[in-house]
Design a binder for this molecule. Structure first.
Ligand code: BTN
Length: 340
């Protein structure tokens, strides 16, 4: 382990100031080497307080540093995120993954950044990607399956984020409820307030004749963002604002991919969402609610009942006609009284 990382680990483990002498002794290095390593850590954004006769202490704000080392130290996956390609800033991680795929990158390659200059959202929208508070990431998949099944991976991703979100600590306990807005927005409600979007997913696929060439799942997580532009304030928020706690981005990211690996394996084995349906529907906030299906040809309203094994939304129309299934790739769904 690099000296810098070894010192960081000791500072993280220490409840109090750690003397320079103790670090030198434990790691068998000189005072100057410690001083230089601490200087480099500070340059990377870690806030380390140095007090004469006491030593060094890591400030609480450093518990949310996102970089290659923090991410790699947190990851516990077998293949998702290996390799992990970190950039402090980029255009769009979906674009980065397509480029890496063209250069022969392997399945599981994950691009992660803390700032996007050209973040893309669904339906040609922009994904607002301010620096240093959120996580923007994209993974490369090359599943051997018919292309029609590809849109389902987006629901697998939504389930993974939802399950990882359920494990986030809250302040005060239990005041935030998470959910999935079909097909793949993660939403959160604080103190019984309206559900607001805290994560969006954009899945893009390239074909080679009739086969899938590659799939990129891009996930934008509003983690510790404190303010939102006026035009989206009503419907968008962050995990921190909704849970009332600052979130460690590296650990949260790692947890999401651990959940993804488990869910994706079940999906691949079944070739459908059948084994995940119950878990997905447990988070589905549309379930039992009035929805407006924005089908350009024939919009209609009804009550959402759940999803099929293929991830389509089952809606019971308000005209009392037979249930209809809504295909995620084609139409969007809005709540009748607001966003959800
Ligand atoms: C949506 O509109 O809800 C989907 C937003 C997806 C944003 C993510 S951020 C990481 C990846 N890179 C992009 O350019 N977009 C996706």
């Amino acid at each position: 382990m690099e000296l810098k990382q070894a010192i960081l680990l000791k500072l993280k483990e220490s409840q109090d100031y750690l003397s320079g002498q103790e670090i030198c002794r434990d790691l068998g290095v000189s005072r100057t080497a410690v001083w230089k390593a601490v200087k480099r850590l500070k340059e990377e954004g870690y806030e380390i307080e140095a007090v004469t006769n006491k030593g060094y202490r890591l400030e609480g704000s450093s518990l949310d540093i996102l970089n290659q080392e923090e991410l790699e130290a947190a990851f516990r996956t077998a293949w998702a995120g290996h390799p992990l390609v970190w950039k402090k800033e980029t255009g769009s991680t979906n674009e980065d993954i397509f480029r890496l795929s063209d250069q022969g990158a392997e399945e599981g390659t994950l691009a992660v950044t803390a700032c996007q200059k050209a973040g893309r959202g669904r339906r040609g929208r922009t994904w607002i990607s301010p620096p240093d508070v959120n996580v923007y990431m994209s993974i490369l998949l090359k599943p051997a399956m018919p292309a029609q099944r590809a849109p389902m991976v987006t629901l697998v991703m939504a389930l993974a984020v939802y399950e990882a979100a359920l494990e986030l600590a809250q302040e005060p306990e239990g005041s935030c409820r998470f959910g999935i807005k079909w097909p793949n927005d993660i939403v959160a409600s604080r103190n019984g307030g309206p559900y607001k979007k805290v994560c969006g997913i954009l899945t893009e696929m390239r074909m080679e004749e009739t086969e899938i060439r590659d799939i990129v799942i891009g996930t934008g997580l509003n983690v510790n963002q404190e303010t939102f532009p006026e035009e989206i304030r009503e419907t968008a928020s962050s995990f921190m604002l909704q849970t009332g706690r600052k979130i460690g981005r590296a650990a949260f990211t790692a947890s999401i991919w651990k959940h993804f690996e488990g869910a994706y394996a079940k999906f691949l084995q079944a070739g459908s969402l059948a084994p995940l349906r119950e878990a997905y529907e447990a988070g589905l906030v549309n379930k039992g609610r009035q929805v407006r299906v924005l089908d350009p040809a024939a919009p209609f309203s009804g009550t959402a009942k759940g999803i099929t094994d293929l991830g389509d939304l089952v809606v019971s129309p308000e005209d009392n006609g037979p249930d209809r299934t809504v295909y995620s790739g084609e139409v969007s769904v809005r709540g009748v009284n607001g966003y959800v």
